[in-house]
Design a protein. Structure first.
Length: 120
């Protein structure tokens, strides 16, 4: 009987060791699950921030595209005004040249009258 009691005690000791090992493994597994869960929650939080940033960037890109379109239209208007002004300046230069010619002719004619009236 003694032998049976010793074997039972040894078996109980082995079972306790196995149970303690299993409980330790479960505790380690539980800790790993908690850490994994925390890591996944952090990852989700970072992904939400990333997606919000992408939305802001996308909205900014749309706004910049619109602003570039407005700027392009404004530059086209300025170009049109500049071309019109250049055309007007050319016309004025031609008119000014005509006026110079007329002034020269008029000055010559006036000089003739001065010469004619002085000599008579």
């Amino acid at each position: 009987m003694r032998s049976l009691a010793q074997r039972s005690a040894a078996a109980a000791s082995e079972i306790k060791t196995l149970i303690d090992g299993t409980v330790g493994g479960i505790k380690n597994g539980d800790e790993m699950m908690k850490k994994t869960s925390a890591s996944l929650e952090e990852l989700m939080s970072q992904m939400e921030i990333f997606f919000r940033m992408m939305e802001v960037i996308s909205a900014s890109s749309v706004e910049q595209t619109q602003n570039i379109g407005e700027l392009s239209r404004a530059i086209s208007q300025i170009d049109g005004s500049t071309q019109h002004n250049a055309s007007t300046v050319e016309e004025l230069a031609g008119t000014l040249e005509n006026l110079r010619t007329m002034a020269t002719v008029l000055a010559d004619d006036v000089q003739k009258f001065k010469t004619s009236s002085t000599g008579a």
